[in-house]
Ligand binder design. Structure first.
Ligand code: OVM
Length: 411
């Protein structure tokens, strides 16, 4: 018997563990069926209790806000250094060298995090505003000229792709590898299902591109990439570490904002009153973006691994267990949010876990918010009406939630 099965058996005999037996579900949270409409299942998972097990993967799960937040903010018990996907790095070799931030615990994590925090600081991000704003206005003007376009390809992807790679200092050639690479990295957090295995089978050219572009000599003299490498000159990190930190920017900086902007756009296209509210008060753009993150949770899940025995909801979790956090379920937990299934651009969104929480909380969140704010502001100022003109097509990924196509008409 696995430790989890053993515990379930012990609990059903009235042994140690929780006051009541640990609820279990045979749900596959990495199946296409689930990805199509996760929200009713999220509700079932929250109702199972503060902690449950998922028999398909022999793991634990948390779907309520309180417990998701608890796991996120207790890194000493729920560690990241054994991987934040299903794979336990203590037992299997990671598909790529682990990230120096995402897949480390303090103290190693903090050294790397400090570099990225500085590179992506409020002052650093403020410097990008003018050029990011001009690009947002150009993009919306161009789309207004076309009238009909794809909200994902032509806007949610095109806008970040027009600003972020330049901000990093990437060469113009090869940027088409960025989104496939990120898609691969986010699929790789999942189980060895078709999504993950197919992505890994096609990984070689994307990995080769990213590995090469992270080197100092291939990055512009100014930009996030150069600033990471400048930390080598001051002795804060080695040049190998700088390469891996630039890799973090390329892995986490693009597909996330694409799906974040896509989420807000899809919400504003569906909920007419919210679009009207944004048009009358474009200053709400930043919160409309944030609420889109809460509502859709572009990053749906992450794992932690118990570094020691843990307890949640009166249930004991043995050391070395994988715990799946349903960020998307926490962000719609009625215990935390009023009218959780309403997209409301005036909502107080603070506390949502769409960017995570605690020491690993998204280090690039200011760049994401800047992009979101600026593209939604440009839309609010220039566009009168947004209409969905065809069937939205969902993109399937083991971690990311979003669309691959959203046919739109604007005037
Ligand atoms: C990384 C990283 C950080 C956050 C998310 C992520 C693929 C990767 O440091 O490489 O997702």
């Amino acid at each position: 018997m696995t430790p989890l099965q053993e515990q379930a058996a012990a609990e059903s005999r009235g042994g140690r563990g929780g006051a009541s037996p640990l609820p279990t579900s045979d749900l596959d949270p990495f199946s296409i069926e689930f990805f199509k409409d996760p929200f009713p299942v999220h509700e079932e998972l929250r109702e199972l209790g503060p902690l449950f097990s998922l028999s398909k993967y022999d793991i634990y799960g948390v779907a309520r806000y309180e417990q998701v937040h608890h796991v996120l903010t207790n890194w000493q018990t729920f560690c990241s250094s054994r991987g934040v996907g299903l794979a336990d790095f203590a037992k299997e070799k990671p598909w790529r060298p682990p990230s120096l931030v995402l897949e480390k615990d303090p103290p190693e994590h903090d050294r790397a995090r400090k570099i990225l925090s500085k590179v992506l600081s409020p002052v650093a991000v403020k410097r990008l505003r003018q050029s990011f704003e001009a690009a947002a206005e150009r993009k919306v003007d161009e789309l207004l000229g076309r009238g009909r376009f794809d909200g994902i390809k032509d806007l949610a992807e095109a806008y970040p792709m027009s600003v972020f790679p330049d901000a990093v200092g990437l060469a113009p050639e090869g940027r088409e590898h960025l989104l496939p690479y990120a898609g691969l990295a986010f699929n790789a957090f999942g189980p060895p299902n078709e999504l993950r295995e197919q992505a890994i089978a096609k990984a070689t050219p994307h990995v080769a591109y990213v590995t090469e572009q992270c080197r100092r000599q291939n990055l512009a003299e100014e930009g996030f990439g150069a600033e990471v490498h400048a930390a080598v000159d001051t002795g804060q990190i080695t040049s190998d570490e700088a390469v891996l930190l630039v890799r973090s920017l390329l892995t986490a900086g693009i597909d996330t904002t694409v799906n974040g902007i896509g989420a807000a756009l899809y919400c504003l296209a569906r909920f007419e009153d919210q679009w009207t509210a944004l048009r009358s008060e474009p200053q709400l753009a930043r919160n409309a973006f944030e609420e889109g993150i809460r509502f859709e949770s572009p990053v749906q899940t992450f794992f932690r691994t118990t570094a020691r025995e843990a307890e949640i909801g009166g249930h004991v979790i043995p050391e070395g267990s994988k715990v799946l956090m349903f960020l998307g379920a926490a962000n719609r937990d009625g215990r935390k949010w009023t009218l959780p299934d309403h997209y409301d651009i005036r909502r107080v969104t603070s506390g949502h876990v769409g960017f995570g929480a605690g020491i690993h909380m998204c280090v690039g969140q200011l760049v994401a918010r800047l992009e979101g704010e600026l593209i939604l502001t440009a839309l609010a100022r220039k566009v009168k009406r947004i209409r969905i003109t065809g069937e939205p097509i969902r993109a399937f990924n083991n971690t990311l939630r979003g669309l691959t196509s959203l046919p739109l008409e604007i005037d």
